[in-house]
Design a protein around this ligand. Structure first.
Ligand SMILES: [Fe+2]
Length: 328
């Protein structure tokens, strides 16, 4: 009887020991995991996306195999976006497709040879703005959240994408004259780059047929302002960025759309982008849209100072404009 009790006791001790080992293993694993999670470097790659990751609008956010770091994981979790990760060790042949996309892609750079329409502006100011925009574009490419919108634009209509780059370039050029602080300049540039993002959600037929004919009239076309601002707000970008998308067709006298806002009710970034947008629109060939010469386009904007456009913004454009000396 005593032998049976002793044998049971030993078996119990053995089981307890095994359980302790498992528990200790779990504890060590948890601590190891915690070490990884608390790693000091939030941008160190700790795994790769196991599949394409989409946001709630169905936009591709990260392609399968995109490298994931703690910062990205936090942002995905904060937005409650479903994803699965292949840990760094088991990543195997997963390639960093999404993040590397675009770094060498010339679409994500300001063209070396600028459009002739910029030749009549202070060349030094345009060159500085171009340099700033190139640095910003390179910086955006490092951030899959911010670059995603740019990639959507680049893969969409060519006209909308090149318009976005032109508007960003001129908006930055104007803002330099206003000596905006660095953070504000960045927000303005992002707002300008993404001001027409909502067009990506409109049917192609609406854009092709209505962009020039119905500018300011067609209800569906006008919705690109609302749609764009909703996309940007969903990306947790600040007001100073998504209000540019929402308000860049408002007029200083209140005769614009979408809400008929006037004067200082329009965000100043949107007021800057509105001027740059108009200039590029007037000087770009489009279906049924007579292209204006640079002088004509500028004259049209200058004469609408305080009516369609914010006077302070137009004044900066006037300062940038190089008048041609007419032969006597
Ligand atoms: Fe627009």
């Amino acid at each position: 009887m005593g032998k049976i009790i002793r044998a049971t006791q030993w078996r119990f001790r053995l089981v307890s020991f095994k359980l302790m080992k498992i528990a200790l293993g779990c504890l060590l694993f948890t601590r190891k995991e915690r070490c990884t999670l608390n790693h000091k470097n939030p941008i160190e790659v700790i795994g790769y996306s196991a599949h394409n990751i989409f946001d709630k609008f169905g936009r591709l956010l990260l392609a399968k195999g995109a490298p994931l770091n703690r910062l990205l994981i936090q942002r995905l979790e904060r937005r409650k976006i479903f994803f699965q990760m292949v840990p760094q060790k088991g990543a195997g042949n997963h390639a960093a497709t999404h993040l590397s996309l675009g770094i060498q892609d010339t679409r994500f750079q300001v063209p070396g040879q600028l459009d002739k329409k910029f030749e009549r502006f202070d060349t030094e100011a345009v060159a500085l703005a171009s340099k700033y925009l190139n640095l910003l574009l390179a910086d955006l490419m490092e951030d899959p959240f911010l670059s995603n919108n740019l990639k959507i634009l680049a893969h969409g209509r060519r006209a909308t994408y090149s318009h976005s780059i032109n508007v960003a370039l001129l908006s930055i050029t104007i803002a330099q004259k206003l000596s905006l602080a660095n953070a504000k300049l960045r927000e303005l540039a992002l707002g300008a780059l993404y001001h027409d993002l909502g067009k990506m959600l409109l049917p192609k037929s609406v854009l092709d047929e209505n962009e020039t004919l119905c500018e300011g009239q067609c209800e569906l076309y006008q919705q690109h302002t609302q749609l764009g601002s909703e996309l940007l707000a969903a990306d947790k970008l600040p007001k100073s960025i998504y209000l540019v998308a929402l308000q860049h067709h408002e007029k200083y006298d209140g005769n614009g759309y979408l809400y008929g806002l006037a004067g200082d009710k329009i965000h100043f970034n949107a007021a800057i982008v509105a001027v740059a947008d108009a200039f590029d629109h007037f000087t770009t060939a489009a279906l049924q849209n007579p292209v204006l010469a640079v002088d004509e386009a500028l004259h049209k904007i200058f004469t609408s100072k305080g009516i369609d456009y914010h006077p302070l913004v137009v004044e900066q454009l006037e300062k940038l404009f190089i008048k041609l000396s007419l032969p006597s």
